[in-house]
Design a protein around this ligand. Structure first.
Ligand code: SF4
Length: 437
């Protein structure tokens, strides 16, 4: 079941969208509208066996340095394809592991990007950080480059679980990195935690939640481990006998959510939790919560430009994705071409369904009449899709009043099933809900 970080979802991108289309879309952007920028670093120092990311292990800095030069060249190419100089309100570095970059490179890249875009002091500069390789000097370099939000990969603090997923990262190490971040004035700290990992039980998950809460992160993302060894070969290293079954996963997710809410964290969408002072809570209260490739976000920019291998951009006209392979990606940029591999142009129907799906995924409710009016569409446009919701009403996942759909508190884990009902690309969007947990 898709996670709906985009609509249409990435499997429906196609190679009919290439560089020429992306250049047309860039040229048509309004330079008064701020951008969101995403930079992908496809390298890690060692492979965690649970990983589902697009990354490669390197043990020398030379490929990283070469990649950064290419990334800078890509930024210049895209900036020169834009009709003017744009503000960037949100900047996000993900991977892989951006912690692979050297401290000096952060300073140089910071200067380079400031030449290409106007990145104001109030912009959110977010970086994913691997506590195992972060040093105090490195964190100083991040702060010096203007980074003001950091996401730490944690997963679980239990020793047995960490060994089973080949990511040994003791609690003291994470606590030290959090202290260094706060020393440098970076207090917007996210933790990524997981349930459904090998050897996890409800008690182990709850112990990790307690330890996480003791460090007072501003956000916690709680993801279910997706075991897909036929797609991610490193996952073959995970002992399948040690994986919790579907019921155990559900119990872990619900227990963790309950503990976080009891500790004062607000539940955001499907799998995020935030302190009352976090921007996600303010966005949710204002009805402005959004969903993008990083999950839930307060980022209001209507255009996201993606840089680096496999990076996805979301423009008003549609989605574009860069080549995921290093060689063609680098060759395109060296030849002065944008490395667009595929994408999809949005139809009016796509835009309508994207809004309905985003509101369901973010707010757990949607007023279809309001969305249809906003799109200038007849109010009965989605009536046939509404018929598909009946089994979810019978199962207590939804309540429907007129054309208003509310996902019930117990139905929240199944929000993706409700969203899928409006997915015109999904061949079978009427499946039973157990597969989405
Ligand atoms: S989980 Fe993160 S650090 Fe580990 S291999 Fe994947 S991207 Fe790299």
């Amino acid at each position: 079941m898709p996670r709906y970080t985009s609509y249409p979802t990435a499997p429906h991108f196609h190679d009919g969208v290439q560089e020429a289309t992306y250049r047309d879309w860039l040229a048509a952007l309004e330079s008064t509208v701020p951008l969101s920028l995403y930079f992908h670093v496809p390298f890690c120092a060692e492979m965690c066996s649970f990983c589902g990311c697009h990354t490669k292990i390197v043990n020398r800095y030379e490929p990283v340095a070469r990649y950064l030069e290419t990334l800078e060249a890509e930024v210049d190419l895209v900036a020169s394809a834009l009709p003017g100089r744009f503000d960037a309100a949100f900047v996000h570095w993900g991977g892989g592991s951006p912690t692979m970059l050297g401290g000096d490179d952060w300073r140089r890249i910071h200067d380079h990007f400031h030449r290409a875009f106007s990145i104001g002091g109030d912009a959110e500069m977010a970086v994913e950080l691997d506590p195992r390789t972060a040093t105090q000097d490195y964190i100083r370099a991040l702060a010096g480059a203007g980074v003001n939000r950091v996401s730490l990969g944690v997963q679980d603090f239990n020793d047995d679980v960490q060994v089973a997923i080949r990511r040994v990262q003791p609690f003291a190490m994470t606590a030290q990195v959090v202290a260094w971040l706060r020393d440098e004035g970076i207090d917007a700290i996210n933790f990524d935690l997981m349930y459904g990992l090998p050897h996890q039980t409800v008690d182990i998950v709850l112990a990790s939640i307690d330890q996480a809460i003791s460090l007072k992160p501003s956000r916690i993302a709680l993801f279910g481990y997706a075991h897909v060894p036929w797609m991610k070969s490193y996952q073959k290293l995970i002992d399948e006998a040690a994986l919790p079954d579907a019921m155990a996963r559900f119990a872990q997710a619900e227990a963790a959510a309950g503990a976080l809410e009891a500790a004062g964290y607000r539940r955001i969408g499907l799998d995020h939790f935030a302190r009352a002072d976090d921007t996600l809570v303010r966005a949710q209260d204002a009805g402005l919560l959004r969903r993008n490739f990083q999950g839930y976000t307060a980022d209001e920019a209507s255009t996201l430009l993606g840089f680096g291998t496999s990076a996805i951009g979301a423009l008003p006209q549609g989605y574009v994705q860069n080549d995921p392979d290093m060689r063609p990606y680098g060759a395109a940029i060296a030849a002065g071409r944008l490395p667009t591999r595929r994408g999809v142009a949005l139809s009016d129907d796509d835009r309508l369904r994207r809004d309905v799906i985003e509101r369901l995924m973010c707010d757990m409710t949607v007023d279809l009449d309001a969305v249809l009016r906003g799109h200038g569409m007849p109010l009965d446009t989605l009536d046939a899709d509404m018929d598909g919701l009946e089994p979810l009403v019978s199962d207590g996942i939804l309540q429907i009043a007129g054309r208003r759909i509310d996902i019930t508190p117990t139905g929240r884990p199944f929000a993706r099933i409700a969203a899928a009902t409006f997915d015109a690309y999904l061949a079978s969007s009427r499946g039973r809900h157990a597969i989405a947990v």
